[in-house]
Design a binder for this molecule. Structure first.
Ligand code: TXA
Ligand code: MG
Length: 343
């Protein structure tokens, strides 16, 4: 594996490597992706192998211009076009009817294809220089925390890829929002970096799977995902014992399971700084981390995976994570925390 910075010369090399069937890790504004030529089934097979990803979980195809759409999709419905005009490039993936030329391995045999136009200039250049379109899942081993820095990737997949292009930390920090545009009423398949509210403002009604009569989620939306090695427990701030809200000390165990008895190896993640100091005051945790000191949702999303990586590296046995407000990027944060948690 060769790690490279994002000089134009390197981006040209990275693009050429993709065209030759190599695996190239590319930075995007959401998370790092493990890219291969979407029209090269052997290269795509190596992506599945490197990630140890099950074949039933389809990949997203990344494009660098709207003209690429017609190479992979048979139609581009008006609502999809409207979203593309306003929100692309950006952290939004749209499911469209697939062209037969797109290899089945990319879409796990589905008749649809996931399409994303990333905003990160490095990703866009690499795709452009490759002369093709790029199938890229998040560059993490299957089921593990997604990478938001080149180092995260080097640590976990470094020996299984050809190049890693370092484009700095990812600004959004959670994966793209996935929305199915093949049905009359579009459906949210994965909450992510593009807030659902913005999508609804543009195209109106969007169904949410899991609700009665609603569609089923993406094949890749397994319940357990994005997980650190530590046991992660999700809690609501309001469900914590009253003593934590009111006092600066107290021998109160915050939520299940009780009697952990491992205060040295337990960490907590909270939304903002004021909650962090309250929890720190209990003395129950070795480390208490705020996702955003000033309670900013964007900052919280961009720090989430890096924080989980950091706590995992530090060897914590358990992590208590607070559910954040279920709005905007908060939906994606709660979704990833839920999937990372013990159920
Ligand atoms: O932000 C992102 O989307 C990142 C960066 C690298 O672009 N990529 C990413 O890919 O998160 P991945 O493979 O980790 O997640 C892709 C999701 C999965 O949940 C998968 O099941 C869903 O998209 N998906 C892909 N193709 C689909 C299809 N044809 N129909 C329904 N869901 C699909
Ligand atoms: Mg992923």
């Amino acid at each position: 594996m060769e790690m490279m910075d994002s000089s134009d010369e390197n981006l040209r090399r990275a693009g050429a490597a993709i065209a030759e069937g190599k695996l190239v890790v590319i930075p995007t504004e959401t998370v790092y992706g493990l890219g291969a030529d979407a029209f090269n089934p052997d290269a795509v097979a190596r992506v599945f192998e490197a990630k140890m990803r099950p074949a039933f979980d389809p990949l997203i195809v990344h494009i660098s211009t709207l003209d690429d759409i017609e190479r992979i999709a048979t139609s581009f419905p008006p609502k999809a076009r409207l979203l593309a005009e306003i929100l692309w490039p950006g952290p939004l993936t749209m499911i469209l009817p697939k062209r037969p030329e797109v290899p089945d391995i990319v879409t796990s045999g589905l008749g649809t294809v996931a399409v994303r136009f990333p905003a990160h200039p490095v990703a866009r250049k690499i795709i452009e220089y490759s002369g093709t379109v790029v199938a890229a899942p998040s560059a993490n081993p299957f089921g593990y925390i997604s990478p938001t820095t080149a180092r995260h990737v080097a640590k976990t997949l470094g020996d299984r890829v050809d190049f890693i292009v370092d484009g700095g930390p990812c600004a959004v920090g959670v994966e793209s929002t996935v929305i199915d545009m093949t049905r009359d009423t579009p459906a949210l398949l994965r909450p992510g970096g593009m807030p659902l509210e913005r999508i609804r403002d543009i195209i109106g009604e969007v169904l949410i799977p899991g609700k009665k009569g609603g569609p089923i989620a993406s094949p890749g939306q397994l319940k357990s995902h994005y997980a650190p090695r530590a046991n992660l427990y999700l809690y609501d701030w309001n469900s914590l014992p009253g003593a934590i809200h009111s006092s600066q000390s107290g021998a109160v165990q915050p939520g299940p399971p009780s009697g952990l008895g491992l205060p040295g190896r337990v960490a907590a993640i909270v939304f903002d700084g004021s909650r962090a100091s309250k929890l720190a005051g209990t003395g129950l945790f070795r480390q208490v981390c705020a996702l955003s000191e000033r309670g900013d949702m964007r900052e919280a999303a961009s720090r989430l995976f890096a924080l989980l990586h950091e706590l995992d590296t530090a060897g914590f046995a358990a992590i208590y994570a607070e559910r954040v407000p279920e709005e905007g990027l908060g939906r994606a944060i709660n979704d990833r925390l839920y999937r990372a948690s013990k159920k």
